[in-house]
Ligand binder design. Structure first.
Ligand SMILES: Nc1ncnc2c1ncn2[C@@H]1O[C@H](COP(=O)(O)OP(=O)(O)O)[C@@H](O)[C@H]1O
Ligand SMILES: [Mg+2]
Length: 364
């Protein structure tokens, strides 16, 4: 895919503390990339640099081959919704949504039709004549989204644009947003701290941690082959036990010794090679583990500390190997206090080995 929006080594420092550190990212034409990470990791700062509200200390923003780093926001022609969206309170809904269309010099009929379509999308049809200040916070957020979409901009920048909507409406709106973005062909960067939202919406997810990009890829790749411990635990659940590397990694798989006669294979990160004898933390997804008779081979013995009902299955917390694992099971047979044996279901799938640094403890 041709890169339409390119971030080249963007850095932004506030009072000596970097909020974004040498961030490079390419967004393909018509692609939706979500910036995902916890609060304070630099998502909004990155988006503001793309928009032109924040000047990077170093690095460049390139759109369609053109350096726009020094260009003022209004000249960039991007559609945007920021967390503190600014609607014009004295104007009607229609006037707010039509704002970008009028400056684009479209005819009256075309403007009316686009406003109507944008309002349909955000599920507020027929509200053209309402005053913005009469609407709820969630409704105002949807008007802000409609205003950003109506001109069908080439680049769409959205910062948690659905945060004020209730769960059901949020899910529905993001599905419709995705199909509209794809239909019109907008290149989109969508900021969220919500993993589920990122999974639902994105072609690729960029995971940010403390201003650094940990990994970029399709949701499935990040879930199945996380590059860092942070990605493994931020996207999905994972328990952890301590181990030692038994042999040299082969084809990205490493044997980890967890006990005298217990070795489990695990996926090793390509970026940080593990050497024989290295101390590792073995992370395991709940669905990658199962209970087994404790006299079977390679069984890690432990004790159930918690049982959680998760709808179509149960999740057990098991303290084992100096750490805490989670085991997904269809059965409700085990209960807190029970001694259990844990085995991998289809190793190395769902098992990840990461180097354990000297300062870290043995367990999770
Ligand atoms: N204008 C600013 N002045 C000083 N510090 C800021 C400013 N904007 C953001 N920061 C800091 O930069 C870091 C990243 O913030 P932000 O990009 O808003 O994170 P996120 O959107 O991921 O929650 C935070 O530590 C925040 O306090
Ligand atoms: Mg933010």
């Amino acid at each position: 895919m041709r890169a339409f929006l390119e971030l080249e080594s963007l850095t932004r420092v506030f009072a000596g503390t970097p909020a974004v550190r040498e961030l490079s990212l390419q967004v393909g034409e018509h692609e939706i990339v979500t910036l995902l990470g916890p609060s304070g990791c630099g998502k909004t700062t990155t988006l503001r640099m793309i928009a032109g509200f924040e000047r990077p200390d170093s690095g460049r923003v390139v759109v369609d081959g053109r350096d726009v780093t020094g260009m003022p926001p209004q000249k960039r022609g991007f559609g945007m919704v920021f967390q503190h969206y600014a609607l014009f309170p004295h104007l009607s809904v229609a006037e707010n949504v039509a704002f970008g269309l009028e400056t684009a010099g479209l005819g009256k009929a075309e403007i009316e039709s686009r406003v109507g379509r944008a309002l349909d999308l955000v599920r507020l049809p027929g509200t053209q004549g309402r005053s913005v200040s009469s609407l709820s916070g969630g409704q105002q957020q949807r008007i802000a989204l409609a205003r950003a979409l109506a001109p069908a901009p080439k680049v769409l920048l959205l910062d948690e644009p659905l945060s004020k909507l209730d769960a059901a409406l949020r899910e529905q709106t993001r599905r419709e947003l995705r199909s509209l973005v794809k239909e019109i062909g907008m290149t989109t960067v969508y900021v969220t701290h919500d993993q589920e939202e990122a999974f639902d919406l994105a072609d690729r997810i960029a995971v940010l941690r403390q201003g650094l990009l940990d990994q970029v890829g399709p949701a499935e790749q990040l879930y199945r082959r996380p590059a860092t411990q942070f990605v493994a635990t931020f996207l999905g659940r994972a328990g952890a036990v301590a181990g030692t590397v038994e042999g040299v990694p082969e084809d990205g798989v490493v044997m980890c010794r967890l006990g005298a006669d217990i070795c489990w294979p695990a996926l090793a990160p390509a970026s940080a090679p593990l050497t024989k004898g290295a101390a590792v933390r073995l992370l395991a997804r709940p669905e990658a583990l199962a209970f087994a008779p404790s006299d079977q081979e390679a069984v890690l013995n432990g004790q159930v500390t918690e049982r959680r009902f998760a709808g179509s299955f149960y999740v057990y917390r098991v303290s084992a190997g100096g750490g805490e694992l989670e085991v997904q099971s269809d059965s409700s047979d085990a209960k807190p206090g029970d001694r259990v044996g844990v085995v991998p279901r289809a190793a190395p799938a769902g098992l990840f080995a990461f180097a354990r640094s000297a300062g870290e403890g043995d367990g999770a």
